[in-house]
Design a protein around this ligand. Structure first.
Ligand SMILES: *[C@@H]1O[C@H](CO)[C@@H](O)[C@H](O)[C@H]1NC(C)=O
Ligand SMILES: *[C@@H]1O[C@H](CO)[C@@H](O)[C@H](O)[C@H]1NC(C)=O
Ligand SMILES: *[C@@H]1O[C@H](CO)[C@@H](O)[C@H](O)[C@H]1NC(C)=O
Ligand SMILES: *[C@@H]1O[C@H](CO)[C@@H](O)[C@H](O)[C@H]1NC(C)=O
Ligand SMILES: *[C@@H]1O[C@H](CO)[C@@H](O)[C@H](O)[C@H]1NC(C)=O
Ligand SMILES: *[C@@H]1O[C@H](CO)[C@@H](O)[C@H](O)[C@H]1NC(C)=O
Ligand SMILES: *[C@@H]1O[C@H](CO)[C@@H](O)[C@H](O)[C@H]1NC(C)=O
Ligand SMILES: *[C@@H]1O[C@H](CO)[C@@H](O)[C@H](O)[C@H]1NC(C)=O
Ligand SMILES: *[C@@H]1O[C@H](CO)[C@@H](O)[C@H](O)[C@H]1NC(C)=O
Ligand SMILES: CC(=O)N[C@H]1CO[C@H](CO)[C@@H](O)[C@@H]1O
Length: 286
């Protein structure tokens, strides 16, 4: 072996060492990503289609997550407080890691093409106030753990493929102001503990397969401004307590199997700007 060959082998060895060092350090740097960065990176990697290359170009590991498009952070701890990926034309699933964004207050991924079931780890998002999953294609039942997200005020699950019944634990959410579950394939009746949601202003359950009576407990939701129950299979009489909801602006119960007379008290709903009761078996005034 001559000396030039020895030198060559020496450099080769150094090169192997250097490249090992780099691959090692890049994999260790993946492991010491902050929790939020890791969660968002896993989310990005769960996106199978991103036609505008929004996440794939902007969500670069080399820039801080708080500058990523759609990501907002708190000023104090630099933790992710809001994620708004509405209308990005994304296709994919929600990874369980999203449940690690423990400071999240707003999650809006509406109007995309997300599919699959909601991972139960989302129940860890105890600070969540707004969840908007509307206009996707989520499947499965509405999880009962939603009832544990005690800060939730606005919940939009509309226009998906959720099926099954509304879990009664959902109405543990005493701060809920809007609930939109319209345009799904839900059935069963409305749990009567809905009266626990004293702050409810908007209830939209239209275009599902709900059945049974409209619970009289709805009449105790004195803040209610909009009640949309149209295009379901509700039967029986409209509970008389409904005519006491003087904040109501929109009442749409059309396309059900409701019976009985429309009472004079309907005139007591002085805030009403829209009343739709057609396509039922009602008699009387309208
Ligand atoms: C990753 O680890 C290195 C070395 O221990 C450290 O200097 C760096 O601050 C860590 N980065 C993060 C984001 O925690
Ligand atoms: C990502 O988008 C944000 C907001 O539009 C922008 O400020 C930032 O510079 C972008 N980052 C990269 C790496 O493109
Ligand atoms: C975050 O969540 C995932 C899945 O739920 C878990 O495997 C991971 O270890 C969690 N923790 C951190 C610090 O990222
Ligand atoms: C449901 O979502 C699709 C896709 O985002 C949209 O085209 C459609 O208008 C939505 N329908 C309703 C009733 O919101
Ligand atoms: C939603 O998903 C279901 C089940 O995977 C599928 O049958 C349906 O066609 C999908 N709907 C849309 C609008 O993509
Ligand atoms: C809902 O509240 C009841 C008591 O009011 C409690 O027993 C139950 O565990 C709560 N459910 C959830 C999902 O938090
Ligand atoms: C509720 O969902 C329906 C159907 O997707 C949508 O048209 C409507 O705008 C939603 N209402 C609110 C208040 O978000
Ligand atoms: C409607 O409200 C009035 C006044 O608050 C109350 O006296 C009455 O009992 C209520 N009627 C029903 C059916 O709840
Ligand atoms: C309708 O309103 C009037 C005036 O507020 C009240 O006297 C009457 O009791 C109400 N009727 C019903 C059935 O609540
Ligand atoms: C139960 C029900 O009536 N579902 C309808 C909801 O609306 C879509 C169109 O947006 C119909 O295809 C469903 O039949």
């Amino acid at each position: 072996m001559n000396s030039s060959m020895e030198i060559c082998m020496f450099y080769f060895g150094v090169l192997v060492l250097i490249s090992n060092y780099f691959s090692l350090s890049s994999s260790t740097s993946l492991f010491n990503l902050t929790t939020d960065q890791y969660a968002l990176t896993v989310l990005r990697n769960s996106i199978v289609s991103d036609p505008n290359a929004i996440l794939h170009t902007n969500w670069s590991i080399h820039t801080p997550i708080c500058g990523w498009i759609g990501v907002s952070c708190g000023t104090k701890h630099q933790r992710v407080t809001a994620l708004d990926l509405s209308s990005f034309e994304l296709q994919g699933t929600i990874p369980p890691h999203l449940g690690n964004l423990s400071f999240l207050r707003v999650l809006d991924i509406s109007s995309n093409s997300f599919t699959g079931v909601l991972p139960s780890q989302l129940s860890k998002l105890r600070r969540l106030e707004v969840i908007d999953l509307g206009g996707n294609n989520f499947t499965g039942e509405i999880p009962s753990w939603f009832g544990a997200l005690s800060q939730l005020r606005h919940m939009y699950l509309n226009n998906n493929s959720f099926s099954g019944r509304i879990p009664s634990s959902l109405f543990n959410l005493s701060r809920l102001q809007s609930l939109n579950m319209s345009f799904n394939i839900l059935d069963g009746s409305i749990p009567n503990n809905i009266c626990k949601c004293k702050e409810l202003e908007v209830l939209q359950l239209q275009n599902n397969s709900f059945n049974g009576d409209i619970p009289s407990e709805i009449g105790s939701l004195s803040m209610l401004k909009a009640l949309f129950l149209w295009k379901n299979q509700f039967k029986g009489r409209i509970p008389k307590q409904v005519w006491n909801l003087t904040s109501l602006r929109m009442l749409n119960l059309a396309y059900n199997q409701l019976t009985g007379r429309i009472p004079k008290q309907v005139g007591n709903l002085t805030s009403l700007i829209g009343l739709f009761l057609g396509h039922n078996h009602l008699t009387g005034m309208c």
